[in-house]
Design a binder for this molecule. Sequence first.
Ligand code: NDP
Length: 323
Amino acid sequence: MAQVTFTTHGERMQSFKLLSGHAIPAVGLGTWKSTSPQAQHPVYSAIVEAGYRHVDTAAEYGVQEEVGLAINRAIHAGVDRKSLFVTSKLWCADLSPERVRPALEKSLRELRLDYLDLYLIHWPFHLKEGASKPPKQGDVMKFSMEGVWREMEKLVKDNLVRDIGVCNFTLKKLSKLLGLAQIMPSVCQMEMHPGWRNDKMLEACKKNGIHVTAYSPLGSQDHGRDLIHDPIVEKAARKLNKSPGQVLVRWAIQRGTSTIPKSTHLDRIKENIRVFEWEIPEEDFQALCRVPDQKRVLDGENLFVNKTDGPYKSVADVWDHED
Ligand code: NDP
């Protein structure tokens, strides 16, 4: 269910309500590969100058200290911590029960926070510390979903995180989790954009009241798909007098997902959040839902597939042969 809130700049900003009752702002700033030579990290300007209230990061991105400093400075500049929604993620090397709490505590230290709004399992695969890319034999280990989830639940009970969730799950893994969870996952974060809609996971999450956050909403251009110059996106943008980036962010919100576009440029950061005062008309929304050549950008191949020694010998194995 969507709720309307306001930024400190007075702009109307939409949030979505989570199963826990907490609200997640519809647009957050992604921070993968967002190391910045600027003295002030883009996260600071995003919060203080553009009015973002949602920041997505992860231990694995290696930017938590910079992000933490920026958040801390924003709080000192007068932004209420309680108005911020900060997400981080548990990396694959920490996907064993005894490593969950120390990993969270390290993230909190790096982020200079005493709680997270959302803590996600980054990928549902347990990697050996220092695993190679692609993984060598023995680098991918057994993942005890139940043991790890119990520890995530304890973090909620101890008020160290307000919500817990997962990323990069399949229907099969989600169904297993729902069968064992005492605290439900509030959020499922997945790659989603017009070039990879992943309708089946969106539907499964909706059915279970789990909110979806769409990652790589612009197609993760550096690594993936240039949706900014896709003719269908460009056509909708021209018609609406908006930028292609804004159309892609707005499309995600109109699907009922929050989304976390990444940029290190303040002009784009500002542009990407100006998506609340207008709508994509149904006809163009549907055209965006029919973009051909549906394909993941982040398929996990480099991280988890070992063609000779497994246990995941192909991308299809990673995604439980559901695509
Ligand atoms: P995005 O789809 O957000 O695309 C980012 C790219 O688009 C950058 O090259 C950026 O360049 C460019 N860009 C940003 N805004 C605009 C604009 N308005 N017009 C044109 N180009 C633009 O990619 P990401 O893969 O970074 O995904 C977003 C976030 O999602 C990540 O940063 C991360 O937080 C999260 N994520 C989560 C994953 C998971 O496994 N849970 C996996 C991948 C991502 P520039 O910075 O130069 O502006």
